[in-house]
Design a protein around this ligand. Structure first.
Ligand SMILES: C[S@@+](CC[C@H](N)C(=O)[O-])C[C@H]1O[C@@H](n2cnc3c(N)ncnc32)[C@H](O)[C@@H]1O
Length: 344
């Protein structure tokens, strides 16, 4: 693929996504804000927006810009495919920081849908980690080039309450959520698990470049890690839970409780708190348009009740600001921090 055409194609898609994030979302929000009577329920919002041409454009842009980001003439997947040999040469399959397990079963919920519209998902092609890494740069377009800040802010929040020594990052992807922990806490031992070997391999390359010695990336299932009981002070995840069906979320919380030491803390960053019917309508629409099957059931879950039932104490659920100056009328994810303590 012609590199200049690819870059121009992706730059165009990003600009269009920014137009969607600010202008189109703002226009849709205005239609709901000025509706009379004011919509109070999901059905009320649907009644206002279903006949709206602006909302039809909003939906179309969201679905198809994402599709074009990954597939088609300037898509990330065909682009990576054209560079297959070079990209594979960048991976270190013998990295001491990464342990893959080719025999690890992939759950059905995980393999049956191309989440994010990423063809083949983040797990099936050896290059999927590179593709996901590049795709993730524009997942939060309102943040522009500062897309990595949110992981740093999340780590800062956790570290401000104490410095854990043994950390488990569940669903670490290509290591973007793990990196601030192993860099900022050189005294800590950081274990990161994910189902996707291609992502773990990219995480290993980054960690080697960072000359990290205190991290290991393991191909494991978050809800049955097989890691020793009571062996972590902190269990964390970022953007994992919304990808799981409710019963697997329950199992993941139980697994976190098992691997935590008594008094250990569990802190998850995900999309959960939706303040009103408009926010819910937009988020559930996003779930459909981005192939995120479990986003809605996760947002509807009473996670606080579940955690208390599982014996966690000190359960808190709070909104999270992904940047200092989040534009008030731009589209954004409903970032939420869910934390709890394993009883001492
Ligand atoms: C949206 S990504 C987030 C990655 C990373 N935490 C970040 O913030 O960039 C979700 C990750 O969860 C992983 N995942 C989904 N189900 C999992 C499971 N049962 N066990 C381990 N990882 C899982 C996926 O492979 C994917 O890498």
């Amino acid at each position: 693929m012609d590199e200049r055409a690819f870059s121009a194609g992706q730059a165009f898609l990003l600009s269009a996504k920014l137009f969607w994030t600010h202008k189109l979302f703002g226009a849709v929000k205005d239609e709901v804000r000025t509706a009379s009577p004011q919509p109070k329920t999901l059905a009320d919002v649907a009644k206002v927006l279903s006949p709206s041409t602006t909302y039809a454009y909003f939906e179309w842009f969201e679905r198809h810009l994402q599709k074009m980001k990954y597939s088609g003439r300037y898509g990330l997947v065909p682009h990576a495919d054209g560079l297959r040999r070079d990209l594979l040469a960048r991976l270190d399959v013998n990295s001491p920081l990464v342990q893959v397990d080719p025999a690890l079963p992939m759950p059905d919920y995980y393999t049956s849908v191309d989440v994010h519209q990423h063809p083949g998902g983040v797990w099936s092609d050896e290059l999927a980690g590179f593709v996901y890494e590049e795709g993730a740069r524009s997942t939060t377009p309102a943040m522009g080039v500062k897309h990595a800040d949110l992981h740093q802010r999340f780590t800062d929040l956790i570290v401000s309450e104490g410095k854990p020594k043994r950390i488990l990052d569940m669903g670490c992807g290509f290591g973007k959520s793990t990196r601030p922990f192993y860099r900022d806490l050189p005294e800590a031992e950081v274990t990161a698990v994910d189902l996707a070997a291609p992502c773990l391999n990219v995480a290993g390359v980054q960690a080697s470049q960072d000359q990290a010695r205190n991290v290991r990336f393991l191909q494991k299932n978050a809800y049955e890690t097989g890691l020793p009981a009571g062996s972590f002070d902190l269990v964390t995840s970022t953007m994992l839970l919304h990808e799981m069906p409710p019963e697997k979320i329950e199992a993941t919380m139980a697994e976190a409780a098992r691997v935590l030491a008594p008094g250990g803390r569990m802190v998850h960053l995900d999309f959960h708190m939706l303040p009103d019917a408009f926010a819910r309508f937009i988020h559930y629409g996003h779930a459909v348009r981005n192939n995120e099957v479990y986003m809605e059931p996760w947002a509807e879950m009473d996670i606080a009740a579940l955690l208390r039932k599982q014996g966690f104490t000190d359960v808190t659920i709070a909104p999270f600001a992904e940047a200092d100056n989040v534009p008030p009328d731009a589209w954004r994810f409903p970032w939420t921090v869910i934390s709890a303590t394993k009883a001492a």
